[in-house]
Design a protein around this ligand. Structure first.
Ligand code: NAP
Length: 530
């Protein structure tokens, strides 16, 4: 393809799809490139057993079209991956989005020309598209992290990564499985793989805190109530720190102000309810270690009471601050370690030494299996962007501009890269929110900006070095007021060896939205328009 369009978009997940909707509203031409064979982004790739969203289904969906949100019917409290993918496909059909998307195509480069202020995008299918604007809708958790272990190529069995799961599924029956990782993807898949396989060995580097999801069939009365005032429900969610959970009771006092009995009763109630509301019983879990210790100890006691073998229970005991790594929600995770066909191996003090033909070696001991599953997460927030050869002014690469860590203004743009937008880029609330709410807010901001430029005959928008360094300092200053930076999380890039440590997501959706709106009201303050 050789084509010139107003907007080139990379990625056809929820962000790329909505960008098509907005571009058409503005009567602009748009070309999306997507590596997968269909829409859905993260829900297209993450097809591992048990994959589901931890945000309730009535919230994790588009709000931009009232008929769409009224008509779509979810079946479970937390939607499973196949249903979310079906929803994305339904949206693509309903708005006829696929005509502007070229599938099975990976963007290789995006270069800005200062001569004519356009971007040139090339792909692995030899397409060349020029565009006034480029929108990276590449997702925050879309670049699989596959740690390199010596001997990895020598393994003769089947190998999978949770984030790149085969479309036809995996038949584990009668097979032994080794699974590396105990983050959200592992915690969802482990109970199901354990049930469906002959034997499962889990290799754990850091024990995670996990809370029961209490997933169930959706409560139709609750759905009817939400739908009777859906726009108001969405607005109430947008006012929450994470843009979700307006139905969660939020404690407004410190955990330290309650008696032991009151606290324990409250934690029990929340444990029984399940879900992220567990950490909302008091207002200071992520502010004070004393408060955090109380709730962390409650979870540790739960683990002790569920897991029968004391040595395994000890290994499963998380020691970090609860919530500083993304909290996991599960269905029968800790219970799974009571099964006869499941073993937990700690690889913290003795890291995985190497992979062999039939398994892997830890502390000199070889563990053998037929199937190896990497549940090792993602090169989050920057990985997918930096895989593309993105070049701005003076032929400077994004990799070079971000060598010390990602620098953006509002997570939307980087100095030296005019007319380039990121949807939910580093420096925006993104992964600490209901992603679809964040995506809608970003895409609408970008669309309004492009419309403003067209109406005012402006050809270039770009942030400044000063705006972005102040913004990065602000994002980190907000994080530093909390306990978030206290552990080696992927929010900090700590899961990928050599990645610069920068706290990437901004905490606080409503403040962020106010800031974005103020920027516009003040004539795109912090940007230079020409
Ligand atoms: P993750 O949280 O980063 O977990 C990766 C796991 O692999 C961790 O236990 C990590 O240990 C381990 N690991 C990485 N490198 C290793 C190595 N060299 N040796 C041994 N262990 C290693 O990744 P994820 O589980 O895919 O989840 C990523 C994010 O995606 C989540 O936090 C969440 O935001 C999102 N997600 C959401 C859902 C949902 O909504 N239900 C489900 C899945 C994922 P360390 O902890 O020591 O680094």
């Amino acid at each position: 393809m050789e084509r010139s369009v107003d907007i080139a978009v990379v990625g056809a997940g929820f962000a790329g799809m909505y960008t098509v909707v907005k571009a058409r509203e503005m009567n602009m031409t748009v070309q999306v490139f997507e590596a997968g064979t269909d829409v859905g982004g993260t829900w297209y790739w993450n097809r591992y057993p048990g994959a589901r969203c931890d945000i309730e289904s009535v919230e994790y969906s588009y709000s931009f079209d009232n008929t769409l949100q009224q008509e779509w019917e979810w079946t479970e409290r937390y939607a499973p991956q196949p249903e979310i993918l079906k929803y994305a496909q339904h949206v693509a059909d309903r708005f006829d989005l696929r005509t502007d998307i070229q599938f099975s195509t990976r963007v290789m480069s995006a270069h800005f020309s200062e001569d004519n202020n356009t971007w040139t995008i090339t792909t692995d299918k030899d397409d060349v598209v020029t565009a006034r604007f480029v929108v990276f809708a590449t997702g925050c958790l879309s670049s699989a992290n596959r740690p390199h272990f010596p001997g990895a190529e020598s393994f003769t069995g089947e190998v999978y990564h949770t984030g790149e799961w085969p479309h036809d599924g995996v038949d584990f029956s009668g097979k032994s499985v080794g699974l590396i990782g105990t983050g959200s993807s592992a915690i969802q898949s482990i109970p199901i793989i354990a049930q469906g396989s002959a034997y499962l060995t889990v290799f754990q580097r850091t024990a995670s805190f996990s809370i029961p999801a209490r997933n169930e069939s959706i409560d139709r009365d609750y759905v009817a109530k939400v739908k009777s005032a859906y726009p108001e429900f969405r607005d109430a969610n947008r006012r929450q720190t994470g843009a979700f959970g307006s139905n969660i009771r939020r404690g407004e006092t410190s955990a330290l102000e309650s008696t032991d009995e009151e606290r324990w009763a409250e934690f029990e109630r929340r444990w029984d309810e399940g879900g992220f509301g567990f950490l909302s019983s008091y207002n200071d879990f992520l502010l004070h270690t004393d408060a955090n210790d109380l709730v962390a100890e409650f979870v540790r006691q739960k683990i002790r009471s569920i897991v029968k073998d004391p040595a395994t229970a000890d290994l499963l005991m998380p020691t970090q601050v609860i919530g500083c790594k993304r909290l996991c929600l599960d269905t029968g995770y800790y219970e799974t370690f009571n099964r006869d066909n499941v073993t937990l191996v700690a690889v913290d003090n003795h890291p995985i030494e190497r992979i062999t033909e039939h398994g892997l070696v830890v502390d000199g001991v070889e563990h053998t299996f037929d199937v190896l599953v990497y549940a090792t997460g993602f090169d989050a927030m920057t990985g997918s962007l930096l895989k593309i050869d993105i070049r701005g002014r003076n032929n400077q690469s994004l990799a070079d501009a971000w060598h010390g860590g990602p620098v953006t203004y509002l997570g939307l743009n980087t100095a030296g890269f005019p007319n380039m937008f990121m949807v939910s880029g580093p420096g925006s609330p993104s992964v600490l929110t209901n992603m679809i709410m964040s995506i809608e807010q970003h895409v609408e901001w970008i669309a309004n900006c492009i419309a403003h430029m067209s109406h005012n005959n402006l050809s270039v928008i770009e942030t400044t070095e000063q705006s972005q360094s102040e913004w990065v300092a602000f994002v980190n200053a907000v994080a530093d007021k909390t306990l978030y930076p206290s552990c080696n999380s992927w929010y900090l890039g700590a899961n990928v060896p050599g990645k610069p440590r920068v706290f990437m997501p901004l905490i606080g959706f409503p403040t962020y939205v106010d800031k974005c709106n103020d920027v516009v009201r003040n004539g795109y303050e912090g940007f230079v328009l020409a």
